[in-house]
Design a protein around this ligand. Structure first.
Ligand code: ZN
Length: 157
């Protein structure tokens, strides 16, 4: 049986991560290519998921350390989904997927790996696609695939 909304599974992998908040730390480091940050808005940014379900698995997150959707200001919320829309446009242009899974796992009970910092997953889907990670489970190959995807997407935003 294939799981359809598998970003939940991806987040289980992330639970083993070190202390601190990766979604706070990554944008502060000003090393976007290394951290796979594709786009910076005023209040939100786009980062590639380092444990992608599929190529082009992105996350949109506010800079502010906010756990829940209702914790965002109207401005943050508006820009958040504007950037989700922008990301979808870019992914359509570059990868031409057949569809998308777009979603938020809010709270540990809902499967959130980074449960203290809200983020929206954007996962391009193709008919009959299978989980990308087991296919290229070698760490070096994954890193190369991520770098390649970053180059393809970066200047499209
Ligand atoms: Zn944070």
């Amino acid at each position: 049986m294939k799981q359809i909304w598998a970003p939940w599974r991806i987040e289980y992998i992330l639970k083993g991560k070190p202390e601190g908040c990766i979604l706070c730390d990554a944008p502060r480091q000003n090393n976007d290519a290394v951290n796979y940050i594709l786009y910076r808005g005023d209040k939100n940014f786009v980062i590639m998921n380092s444990y992608p379900y599929n190529p082009g698995h992105l996350m949109v997150a506010p800079y502010r350390h906010v756990a829940n959707l209702e914790g965002l200001t109207d401005d943050e919320l508006h820009e958040h989904f504007e950037i989700v829309g922008r990301s979808i446009k870019v992914l359509r242009e570059v990868f031409n997927p057949g569809g998308f899974n777009i979603g938020i796992n809010m709270g540990k009970a809902a499967g959130a790996g980074i449960d203290e910092h809200l983020h929206t997953h954007i996962v391009p889907r193709w008919h009959g696609d299978t989980n990308f990670m087991p296919v290229i489970s070698d760490v070096r190959v994954v890193a190369e695939a991520l770098a390649e995807t970053y180059e393809k997407l970066k200047n499209k935003f």
